[in-house]
Design a protein around this ligand. Structure first.
Ligand SMILES: Nc1ncnc2c1ncn2[C@@H]1O[C@H](COP(=O)(O)OP(=O)(O)OP(=O)(O)O)[C@@H](O)[C@H]1O
Ligand SMILES: [Mg+2]
Length: 313
């Protein structure tokens, strides 16, 4: 087992809020990330994902626990750590005064890289981000997705060993997301360690070797996507709709069908190893859903099971 590049033990962060008790955003997270691994934090709004990423990125200090990044404590070695990381914050923070190419170049210079190296890498990264024809466009002339791609390109200018991505594909269209997943996959193949947050279960399933499900600043579960699904959900899920008014009314009659029944505002989920068989049992009760669908369990189901809430609110 290789040594971890990130170790967090009981990591905590409280925010001072005027006139109120301190607000605990991260409440004792313990996790390790090994070199070359792709590790995800999955959780709903306010779970503490960005707060954790900022502590790992050495831009926000912890208020409890211990943290080691590449063997260094961010409280003491902030600049050293930051120079070896690539960071994609949740909110793009590109320099609006500069064009796309200059954003890459200046960022490289900021890390002390020679001008020639910055110029070469800027061209490579413009191509990586498919922004060659926008090289001289100012930031506010770029679309949201283009800004995102430029922020990711910029994070790679110092050839970081660890790339932190806070919701890398939020706001991107499906095609741009797939392009980005492909790029991230290539980085991973080259040995870059990826740490990402997401609300998208498909993104987590595609990109993460291992992930933690976080809610209210705590870890609810940990494992590979497949393991989490196997441990916390049934093989299949039957989704039935009886109409918004009738779902609540019908639900009690479905007790005993499958392993578990979950009533959502718009549909009922029945967790069962054989979804079709569950549907037949519903029909046998004389009930006719307006729509029905059998699908495989996903991380969304794991999340619902662990927190009683949906990932996407
Ligand atoms: N500077 C701050 N001062 C006070 N509270 C804060 C501050 N930053 C974040 N919080 C609070 O900490 C909690 C966690 O916020 P955080 O941004 O880490 O969540 P998140 O998991 O990234 O959510 P999202 O999915 O919406 O990005 C939230 O309740 C938020 O309001
Ligand atoms: Mg966030």
């Amino acid at each position: 087992m290789s040594t971890p590049v990130i170790t967090a033990q009981n990591l905590a962060k409280s925010y001072r809020v005027k006139g109120k008790p301190d607000f605990v955003a991260v409440d004792g997270l313990s996790f390790e990330v090994t070199a070359g691994e792709s590790f995800g934090l999955l959780g709903p709004n306010g779970a503490g994902k960005s707060t954790t990423m900022k502590m790992v990125g050495a831009v926000s200090s912890r208020t409890g626990g211990s943290l080691s990044i590449l063997g260094l404590d961010p409280d003491r070695y902030g600049p050293e750590i930051r120079s070896r990381l690539g960071v994609v914050p949740q909110q793009d923070n590109l320099d609006a005064e500069l064009n796309a190419r200059e954003n890459l170049y200046i960022y490289g210079r900021y890390f002390g890289l020679p001008g020639k190296v910055c110029r070469e890498r800027a061209e490579e990264l413009l191509s990586f981000a498919q922004l060659e024809d926008k090289a001289t466009a100012k930031v506010d002339q770029l679309s949201g997705g283009m800004k995102r791609r430029l922020t990711i390109a910029r994070a790679l200018i110092n050839e970081p060993r660890i790339l932190l991505l806070d919701e890398p594909t939020t706001g991107l269209d499906p095609q741009a997301r797939h392009v980005l997943w492909d790029r991230l996959f290539r980085l991973k193949e080259q040995g870059t360690t990826l740490v990402l947050t997401t609300h998208y279960m498909d993104e987590a399933e595609q990109l993460c070797d291992r992930l933690v499900v976080v809610d209210k600043g705590r870890i609810m579960a940990e494992g590979s996507p497949a393991t989490l699904i196997r441990e916390h959900s049934s093989r299949e899920v039957l989704e039935v709709r009886f109409g918004s008014d009738r779902n609540e009314q019908v639900a009690p009659q479905l007790a005993g069908i499958g392993d578990r029944v979950e009533v959502l505002p718009d549909r009922i989920l029945i967790y069962a190893d054989d979804g079709e068989a569950a549907l037949e049992r519903i029909h046998a009760l004389g009930l006719e859903p307006v729509t029905s669908l059998v699908r495989r369990s996903s991380l969304e189901d794991v999340f619902l099971r662990l927190t009683g809430r949906s990932l996407v609110e």
